[in-house]
Design a protein around this ligand. Structure first.
Ligand code: VG1
Ligand code: CO
Length: 541
């Protein structure tokens, strides 16, 4: 085993986005592409000599190859030890937990999350800190700067390691420990939730369906839901992770998890349905004939978390990303809890969680989590829901009705325009931004703008400022639209339009109908159809 120093040059475009660096898999497979970025991580964080890292990914195509490269590069740069999930598997929340329980210095997570996988689809890589959370902007900026200054990378000349065998071995002077990816995570879940109550619920005939979408949560869900909690064998479907997610799109929403939706709205629907994404940090919750929007789910979990043992002492505060609906704000107000609005992306919750200012966090994009780890956590949300249903004895639909009756209903929807021309997208946002100052009092079919801002966030813990995080326009009476460009796409630009309207007495409307005036006002304001030539959004969630 010999360390080789390979001369290289900066590669343009290695700038981390909302959640690490995401590109087409073939881009990552180009000679030196992954290597450059990994070396830039090491350089950006001040080197890894003597450090302990966790490495794992969601099992998508190229996961195994990338891990071999990362191990050899960690060894070459003097890491003391790397802890790897068996077969290279770790869900994002399990990786976050592993970093924390092992006291590691950080971790490398390989995933493009909800994006499809395969040689012609997407791949991704991100660095997490010692707290288990995604690197903050200051660190991703340092990593990006290192990609622009790179002149060489170091790699160990060695054969591949067998990642299937649990146990400890060596790669050069570095220790490699291969661990079961599920055990520590399952143990944590048992501590947080009332497993006996959920077990009793399931033993009493309550039926659930969990769609792992051929992604990483399969092994976790089978172990926890079926083996430890006693859900009927086969309750977890699409449970074996596949490198291309069975050719599907591992994004747990009504569009991509349509088979689950059909079952939950069908005649022999189970009591509870859920799904998770490629890397296991997102969740979708659907009762019998009752889909729960992620923003509502966050609000319900905040209102009821105290029913689970891990949160019996109450919450310190809650946080949501800015585009997430204000439903949780109403719960926080009702319960006297601090409530924070952060930019999109889990990295912005880290300081609030570390400082004990928030216990629960969530995003409209089907991410919810708490201070148990520093990532959003799909199965955690499923278990908290099951815990709440077990303790209250209510159905999902009943929980929602009761919640709206108490707090009112915030109708919410997100419209995505995918793979639009980047220049068109940027111009649309730039033009609207330029108009914000003059929009006060602007009206359209009865809606009146009362506030318009280019959202900027000042972190209350470290004072760092993140500007241009989305255009937020509020209308009199509690309606709102937010427009921003996605930071996770790999093709052109994706425009996200987040729509909401509060209603305190009529809870049975179709969300698209309830939001029609806001949708019309947005078109009048931003001219999305006119500028993009699209007749409507590609994905509505
Ligand atoms: C999207 C979501 C955001 C989420 C991010 C990562 O980002 O909107 O809420 O945190 O994906 O999720 P963007 O920039 O495309 O809107 V995942 O499950 O990658 O880790
Ligand atoms: Co994800």
């Amino acid at each position: 085993t010999e360390i080789t120093r390979i001369a290289t040059q900066p590669i343009a475009g290695q700038k981390p986005g909302t959640s690490g660096l995401r590109k087409k898999t073939r881009v990552f497979m180009q000679a030196g592409y992954l290597e450059n970025f990994v070396q830039a991580i090491w350089d950006g964080i001040g080197g890894i000599r003597g450090r302990v890292l966790v490495v794992g990914g969601d099992g998508r195509f190229f996961n195994d190859r990338a891990i071999q490269t990362i191990l050899k590069m960690a060894a070459a740069s003097g890491a003391a030890k790397v802890i790897v999930g068996q077969n290279g598997f770790l869900s994002t929340p399990a990786a976050s937990n592993l970093i924390r329980v092992r006291g590691a210095d950080g971790g490398v997570i390989l995933s493009a999350s909800h994006n499809p996988g395969g040689p012609d689809e997407d791949f991704g890589i991100k660095y997490n800190m010692a707290n288990g959370g995604p690197a903050p902007e200051s660190v991703t900026a340092a990593i990006f700067a290192a990609t622009e200054a790179i002149g060489h990378y170091d790699i160990l000349e060695a054969g591949d390691l067998d990642l299937s065998a649990i146990g400890t071995s060596r790669l050069g002077a570095m220790e490699v420990e291969i661990v079961d990816p599920v055990t520590d995570y399952a143990t944590l879940m048992e501590k947080l939730f009332d497993f006996p109550a959920i077990k009793a619920l399931l033993a009493g005939g309550f039926r659930l369906r969990f769609d792992a979408m051929h992604a990483i949560t399969g092994p976790y869900a089978v172990e926890i839901l079926e083996r430890r909690l006693g859900a009927a064998p086969g309750s977890v479907v699409n449970a074996v992770p596949s490198p291309d997610f069975g050719g599907g799109h591992p994004d747990p929403n009504p569009v991509w998890a349509k088979p689950l939706m059909d079952e939950m709205y069908g005649e022999s629907a189970p009591d509870f349905g859920a799904a998770s994404d490629g890397d296991g940090d997102r969740n979708m919750i659907v009762g019998r004939g009752a889909y729960v929007t992620p923003s509502d789910s966050l609000a319900v979990l905040a209102a009821n978390a105290h029913l689970a043992p891990g949160y019996a002492g109450g919450l310190k505060g809650v946080a949501r990303s800015m585009p997430t609906s204000g439903a949780v704000d109403r719960v926080a107000a009702g319960m006297g809890l601090p409530c924070f609005a952060t930019p999109t992306g889990w990295k912005f919750f880290g300081n609030l969680l570390d400082a004990g200012m928030a216990t629960l966090c969530g995003e409209e994009s089907a991410g919810t989590g708490s201070d148990h780890v520093r990532e959003k956590d799909g199965l955690w949300a499923v278990l908290l829901w099951l815990n709440i249903l077990a303790v209250t004895g209510k159905s999902v639909a009943q929980v929602m009705e009761d919640h709206w009756a108490e707090f009112g209903r915030t109708y919410y929807s997100r419209h995505d325009y995918e793979a639009i021309d980047s220049e068109t997208a940027n111009r649309l946002v730039d033009d609207l931004r330029a108009e914000l100052g003059g929009l006060m009092g602007w009206t359209h079919e009865g809606l009146v703008i009362e506030e318009a801002e280019d959202f900027a966030y000042t972190d209350p813990v470290d004072g760092s400022v993140s500007a241009h995080q989305g255009l937020q326009i509020r209308f009199r009476g509690g309606a709102r639209v937010v427009l921003r460009l996605s930071g996770t796409g790999t093709e052109g630009a994706t425009l996200r339009v987040y729509l909401e309207r509060f209603d305190d007495n009529d809870f049975g409307q179709d969300p698209q109908a309830a939001l029609a005036p806001v949708i019309a006002a947005t078109e009048a304001l931003a001219g999305i159809g006119k500028r993009t030539g699209r007749s409507g959004p590609d994905v509505i969630t």
